[in-house]
Design a protein around this ligand. Structure first.
Ligand SMILES: Cc1ncc(C[n+]2csc(CCOP(=O)(O)OP(=O)(O)O)c2C)c(N)n1
Ligand code: SF4
Length: 585
């Protein structure tokens, strides 16, 4: 046996076993006689010969070649249908020393990925494209491909491809060769052993071009698909040899490998550890924290501002974002666009946070600034329970009211008008927002206004508008608190009565005196100690919970009262068991 020498063995750049195929670890997932396996072998051999296994990154497509990463022991990325040249571009640009191979079928490259390949070629990206043209969609069962020859039947051209209906087969190599940038384009085939050898040479050359630092190279391989063609492997190979070249002549369509200049190397990327500094971030402990860390307060304001175009919705958002920057918060300001902005509506999302912001989108705002009723109606349901709704109107329409959010409803447009500019309604509203939430200081907001409002006249109006908004909101909040307190007292009386509390006087309630229930408007809307479910849009949930009174322990039991927007109705007959506003006693 010593006289025998190994002249041919499995390429190093293939895995020794194909682990994902539990029962068939020695073979591929391709059909017998398929060209993909042959092309894989030729690529693997070229990688071995060029000694580039460690720096090769193979981009596999969607199509029968999707599982190329089963076999190649190189860097692998499997990408969305048609996007291989785009991903290859990104990989090559970010890792210029890598050798990037874009592996694609004709559906992937010439149909859904037509734009990607044309632009990658036109930019002369220094990648290598292996284009396996079997003139049909193999993986999905035989739909017509852009490269299906005239007269050939497929599931989507059952009468044969017709130039008048489906157009002519697309000549990808010729098309790309009409561009200026590509360095090397050749069409080869797998019709017989000689052609296979020639294909191996072309593939090696296309990869070598990249190793040499030249530009875009593509090898189109005419390849059999016996399964979909419904031919046995030999007849399928014969078709590749005899029929396909009639439509797709073999040959070299571009060869500038001798005179193409070596592409200048892209500037070296910064070292990884430099990136936080470049981005102005400081790295600490287990994560990167922003400079907002230096802010003393913990802020997470998620605002949705909405109204008609021309009401200053976007400016209001900008002022808040600018003031947020002055408060050294993380900020984002995202105006809506597209269909949302049709019909004259306008809205923007603003985030002010003492933590880095993950997304500028605000889908669950904790502050809604609604400058008109359609906007209120559209977004009221999205406001986080406990959040604020500031509305441009004397009161929220009944079917918009929510018991679980805090509200300031003021006629901001009229208030602006009284100052001589109805258009200042947005800044009056800004004043109300500051008064209600204290989310930013007046100095920060004034500084932001100075930055964004160029006209001295408008600056004067805006400062007055902000002050007016503050004053009116203060009054409104006081009234609202008073109203709430009155409703609350009514509730307490009802409870004491139902509990047959001897004192019959709310203030005598021990639980209240012990401070377990505080006089606060927010209590209206929740039974002390019991969380209420979020109010469904436009409806108030019943007030209910498990309540006990210190003086009536034995009567502890469930509690339920019906509320309406005016306050608490005369309580429904309570269960005989005790009900009372006490917590955890
Ligand atoms: C976005 C998207 N559109 C469509 C598909 C369905 N699809 C999967 S493979 C394929 C065509 C594959 O044909 P080809 O690129 O010629 O490769 P082959 O299977 O013949 O090797 C299509 C249309 C998909 N997976 N994703
Ligand atoms: S369907 Fe065609 S392209 Fe796909 S594996 Fe089978 S023979 Fe190959």
């Amino acid at each position: 046996m010593s006289s025998y020498a190994v002249t041919h063995q499995k390429a190093q750049s293939f895995y020794p076993i194909y682990e994902r195929k539990a029962e068939l670890q020695h073979q591929t997932h391709y059909c017998p006689g398929c060209g993909h396996g042959v092309v894989h072998k030729l690529i693997a051999r070229a990688i071995d010969e060029l000694g580039i296994q460690d720096r090769t990154i193979l981009i596999s497509p969607v199509g029968c070649g999707v599982f190329a990463y089963y076999y190649f022991d190189v860097g692998n990325i499997q990408v969305a249908h048609g996007r291989a040249p785009a991903v290859a571009t990104a990989v090559k640009r970010s890792c210029p020393q890598s050798v990037v191979l874009s592996y694609q079928g004709d559906g992937d490259l010439a149909a859904i990925g037509c734009a990607e390949i044309v632009h990658a070629a036109n930019r002369g990206e220094p990648i290598t494209v292996i284009f396996v043209n079997n003139a049909i969609y193999g993986m999905t069962g035989g739909q017509m491909a852009p490269t299906t020859p005239l007269g050939v039947k497929s599931t989507t051209s059952p009468f044969g491809r017709n130039q008048w209906n489906e157009g002519f087969p697309m000549h990808v190599s010729e098309l790309l060769a009409s561009l200026e940038a590509p360095v090397y384009i050749e069409r080869v085939a797998l019709g017989n052993n000689k052609q296979v050898m020639n294909t191996g040479r072309a593939i090696r050359r296309a990869i070598e071009n990249q190793v040499r630092g030249l530009g875009f190279s593509l090898v189109e391989v005419l390849s059999p698909c016996p399964t979909i063609w419904k031919l046995d492997p030999l007849d399928a190979q014969r078709r590749v040899l005899e029929e396909m070249p009639k439509t797709f002549p073999l040959g070299v369509f571009r060869d500038r490998t001798k005179d193409a200049p070596v592409r200048p190397a892209p500037a070296a990327p910064p070292a990884l550890e430099e990136i936080p500094r470049i981005l102005g971030l400081t790295e600490t402990g287990d994560g990167v924290e922003s400079q907002a860390k230096t802010c003393a307060t913990k802020t997470d304001a998620r605002l949705k501002i909405a109204g008609f175009g021309g009401q200053g919705v976007l400016l209001l958002g900008e002022v808040l974002a600018e003031a947020g920057l002055a408060a050294c918060l993380e900020v984002s300001w995202l105006p809506s666009y597209g269909p949302e902005m049709r019909s004259g509506t306008s809205n923007c999302h603003v985030r002010l946070s003492s933590r880095p912001i993950d997304s500028p989108l605000v889908s669950v705002p904790n502050v809604l600034l609604a400058l008109n009723e359609p906007s209120l109606r559209k977004f009221i349901g999205t406001v986080q329970p406990g959040g604020w709704v500031i509305y441009n109107g004397t009161a929220l329409p009944d079917d918009c009211a929510r018991a679980d959010v805090r509200t300031v409803a003021l006629p901001f447009t009229r208030l602006g008008d009284e100052l001589g500019a109805a258009k200042a309604a947005n800044i009056v509203m800004l004043g109300a927002l500051l008064e209600a939430t204290a989310m930013l200081s007046e100095e920060q907001v004034t500084a932001a206004l100075h930055k964004l409002v160029k006209s001295p006249r408008w600056m004067e109006i805006d400062l007055a508008a902000m002050a007016r908004g503050r004053v009116e909101a203060r009054k409104e909040i006081r009234h609202e608190n008073l109203r709430s307190f009155r409703r609350y007292r009514l509730l307490r009386q009802s409870i004491c009565a139902a509990a047959r509390c001897e004192s019959q006087h709310p203030d005598a309630c021990a639980a209240l005196r012990h401070g377990r229930v505080r006089r606060h408007s927010r209590l209206l809307g929740r039974a002390p100690g019991a969380a209420l479910p979020a109010a469904p849009h436009g409806a108030l949930p019943p007030l209910e919970g498990e309540l006990r009174h210190p003086a009536h322990r034995h009567r502890a039991g469930p509690f339920r009262a019906v509320r309406h927007r005016g306050g608490i109705d005369a309580p429904q007959p309570f269960p005989l068991a005790c009900v009372c506003a006490a917590v955890g006693v």
